[in-house]
Design a protein around this ligand. Sequence first.
Ligand code: ATP
Length: 240
Amino acid sequence: GSSSDILQIKDLSKTYTGTIRPAVDRICVGVLPGECFGLLGVNGAGKTTTFKMLTGDIDVTSGEAVVTGYSILTNILDVHQNMGYCPQFDAIDDLLTGREHLHLYARLRGVPESEISRVAEWGIQKLGLFEYAGCTAGTYSGGNKRKLSTAIAMIDCPALLLLDEPTTGMDPHSRRFLWNSITSVIQGGRAVVLTSHSMEECEALCTRLAIMVNGTFKCLGTIQHLKYKFGDGYVVTMKI
Ligand code: ATP
């Protein structure tokens, strides 16, 4: 890792209480501005556990991660200021509209009152939610809920975005729209860490990716690197 990394993960591990085998086992990576780093792996590989440590939702067993210079071990509030998180399962309120969600989260993230409306409309446009912005989230399709969760994660343009399977439940057109939104965020110099079950998605978005197996990075590199190393069948090789 270098000091210009937006995210540095150093030997990060998690063993849940009452279990023996680590869910995440000494992973290391540095993610630079302008990068989208992908985490691929079967259910239970440790992707969500990695995210939950980075957000401070669960304690770290050993190792460390640093976000824009702030350690998750000692400065989690500073980390939160610089990180947006789209969880695997949408944490949205069925009775609030899309627009109300964005206003609420902008306020919670400390966006100045005079900017809240502008920022919320930016999120609505960015994720293609315009038609639905005034409808309560309870009426949203699964795909529109994912868009709203992603818009919430991006609301104050944090340096690092963690997106846990952002396109689950989306039709192909919506997926492409979201990929374009993510790409423009990356081109703005931010960093993204993304989990996915879709190789197509990783090929569309990721500058590098790691294939996670039993809590470890089985291999890490560019798509080209992984294809060279394992052949076109590398996805099959890794049982993804
Ligand atoms: P998915 O694709 O299903 O989201 P994942 O790669 O995100 O999978 P994790 O949810 O991080 O995987 O799970 C990693 C391992 O940790 C699994 O073996 C899982 O059973 C275990 N695990 C997750 N949460 C807990 C918990 N609260 N207590 C004990 N074990 C857990």
